[in-house]
Design a protein around this ligand. Sequence first.
Ligand code: FAD
Ligand code: NAD
Length: 406
Amino acid sequence: MKKPRVVILGSGYAGILTTVRLQRLLHRHEAEIVLVNKHNYHYMTTWLHETAAGTGDDNIITIDIDSVFDTNRVRFIKDTVVDIQKDAQLVILENGDPLAYDYLVVGLGYEPATYGIPGIAEYSHTIRSINSAREIRTIIENRFAEYAMRKDHPERLIFVVGGAGFTGIEFVGELAERIPQLCTRFGIHPDQVRLLNVEGAPSILAGFDESIATYTQSSLEQMGVEFRLSTKIKSVGPEHVTLLSERGEETLAAMVIWTGGIQGNTVVCDTVFEADRGRIPADEFLRIPGYTNAFVIGDCSSFLNKKTGRPYPPTAQIAILQSKTCADNVAALVQGKRTLKPFDPFMKGAVTSIGKHDAAGVVFGIKLKGKLAVFMKALIDVRYLWMLGGLKLVFTKGKIAEFLAS
Ligand code: FAD
Ligand code: NAD
């Protein structure tokens, strides 16, 4: 009898851990496991703000997909998913032949949400992949180089980060640490550079612990970040941004990095499968409603938190937890079991970095600030690397030297 084929789309946090677990749960004769990803490496999405600011190490953020699996057990296809034919159960790839599946796991991650704000898509820069992060780093460096060279340069070199959610906050922290280095390198006085974080809500990290948000804001202000709260990015042009607040409109000549929110990958969300506010709602077993053999996890999915009546925020933490339930449920179906496990996440909390030397957050209900929070953030990364590839990954990618130096 032909083995059923399990196809996993995307090797981000959700897809790669599902594949690792399925490799353990299913015997070779039970199923063929196929992982599709557009690159032959997995990257630590949670470190992309460092790459974008130019404070990250390019050698450790990527992990070769081949190094994580037994390549005799998992077939990896490096290709880009362009469509899914649901009725025919086929994944359409950019380069290869259509790929048939018996079971499907969709883990294609996120895209920046632009909310139709004029110019965001065309002129702002977004931290959406390793390549976009590297592009931001290069453009920032070029801005410094051009500013230093031009005699008729404007009074200030301005960087505007749109959105003070976790991504915006972590990015400004890294950039605030990088700016003095760039000033030295290009001979620019630090007073000539401005780093603004613009947030539509009245506070940063909206909805998070207030005292942690206050601590984070004041730490960043000491590092030179200017906050514009209750202020929205109204539009972005090729060389400027218009802000809107109660005080009215203000236009600044600036480079804009947009961190104003995310949605699920539009290759699947609202194109192949119906989405709600940009993400595909998963049922209690993480299946796509209406499909008994298709699952959705990670940033493409939306899973209702029954206690709050709102979906869980799209985080690596949720993606990691979902990967376990999803792999268990796919394995159960392949093995002909009738009972599936409901997804019931236990959320541990969140920690934001504030550059390399400071951090803040709440873990297991305990508030952490400063070095303890830096340690906790490093521990979270180490735990993930351990789950993915054991001690070898912890030592090669675990930023241990960086942590000891911080
Ligand atoms: P991703 O990690 O985005 O992976 C999607 C994968 O699919 C990628 O490998 C991509 O290359 C691939 N792919 C995309 N499109 C295609 C296609 N068409 N064909 C083939 N392959 C494709 N969360 C936390 O919990 N803690 C943190 O500290 C944290 N820090 C963050 C810092 C930053 C700067 C950012 C941007 C996010 C952070 N997050 C954090 C959120 C977290 O990174 C995401 O929730 C998580 O990456 C979601 O995992 P995923 O597997 O769904 O998607
Ligand atoms: P987000 O949706 O959490 O935050 C976006 C912010 O942009 C919001 O505060 C919103 O009010 C603001 N905004 C939206 N439109 C605006 C406008 N026109 N002008 C000014 N501000 C505007 O998005 P994110 O920060 O990219 O985070 C995405 C997900 O990733 C979240 O679930 C987050 O928790 C997670 N994440 C977690 C960590 C961590 O745990 N350390 C780090 C990064 C991201």
